[in-house]
Design a protein around this ligand. Structure first.
Ligand SMILES: NC(=O)c1ccc[n+]([C@@H]2O[C@H](COP(=O)([O-])OP(=O)(O)OC[C@H]3O[C@@H](n4cnc5c(N)ncnc54)[C@H](OP(=O)(O)O)[C@@H]3O)[C@@H](O)[C@H]2O)c1
Length: 264
């Protein structure tokens, strides 16, 4: 099946690891030109080298920017004035009580999780509309709906993305530009592996048992009762970015293993 994204220029924020990196690999397999982003040239270069090894003919570039820093975002936009597909993937979180979450943490999370997506969408959407083709995808989280008590700030930023995404879709009336949001569930990225390993060591149990306990005791609503793989999330993101998904606009797509619940 031809996804129709060969040669499209794709910026994936926060793509040196995790879900973003998994997206980069699939976009490359589909012949898209991929721009990898992270906070340091070292991690970007490392990611590009890994991808180039497997896909030597591919066009992969890197662009360094820390989304806590507006000047660095402006520089990113100056260096990359146009993108056909924007994956607003970068996201940071803390697990702490509401009382202990400082203003600085709230603002950091708001800048990275929400304002990065706002600023980049504002920069790239007008040209997408002029060319009458484009894709913007926001990576939210199951937490936008579940709202764990120790992740209120994170969950709030993810819920905010849903409003930005829906609002932008409504600007795209009668065009071939789509704007959608995905809601991943708990996914086995490096951070999750470290978290499960810590739980396993602390309780003298295996990795599998620690994973199973997380779903029995914490993410009880998950239907799949396992961590999702970055690739499972990335496949759906790339599908939404493709021509195959032209009927999906202004939507929220759950990639949560069933954790969010409800029938819509
Ligand atoms: N993993 C999950 O269980 C899960 C579940 C639901 C939703 N999500 C969402 O999915 C998205 C990806 O999550 P992930 O777990 O794959 O992430 P991750 O593994 O933690 O990936 C981190 C990436 O973000 C980059 N990054 C971190 N802070 C940054 C900043 N201030 N500026 C620029 N880049 C920054 C890192 O780059 P460098 O380290 O190279 O600088 C790296 O490329 C996030 O929005 C997250 O909220 C994740």
């Amino acid at each position: 099946m031809d996804l129709g994204i060969k040669g499209k220029k794709v910026l994936i924020t926060g793509s040196t690891s995790g879900i973003g990196f998994a997206c980069a690999e699939i976009f490359i397999q589909e012949g898209a030109e991929v721009i990898i982003n992270g906070r340091s040239n070292e991690t970007i270069e490392h990611s590009i080298q890994i991808l180039k090894k497997s896909y030597p003919q591919s066009i992969i570039k890197g662009i360094c920017a820390d989304f806590r820093n507006k000047i660095q975002i402006d520089q990113l936009i100056n260096n990359l004035p146009q993108a056909d597909i924007l994956i607003n993937n970068v996201g940071i979180y803390t697990s702490e009580s509401f009382e202990q979450t400082s203003d600085e943490t709230w603002m950091d999370m708001f800048n990275v999780n929400v304002m990065s997506a706002v600023r980049l969408s504002r920069a790239y959407l007008p040209e997408m509309l002029r060319k009458n083709w484009g894709r913007i995808i926001f990576v939210s989280s199951e937490c936008a709906s579940i709202i764990p008590a120790d992740m209120i700030a994170y969950s709030t930023t993810k819920a905010a993305l849903h409003a930005v995404s829906r609002g932008l879709a409504q600007i795209c009336v009668s065009s071939n530009v789509t704007v959608n949001t995905v809601m991943p569930g708990s996914t086995l990225t490096e951070g999750a592996v470290n978290f499960i390993n810590e739980m396993a060591m602390k309780n003298g149990i295996s990795f599998k048992e620690a994973e199973s306990n997380f779903f029995k005791n914490v993410r009880t609503s998950s239907i799949v009762q396992r961590f999702l793989l970055p690739n499972e999330i990335a496949q759906s993101i790339v599908y939404l970015a493709s021509n195959m998904a032209s009927a999906t606009n202004g939507s929220v797509v759950k990639l949560d293993g069933g954790s969010v619940g409800g029938i819509f």
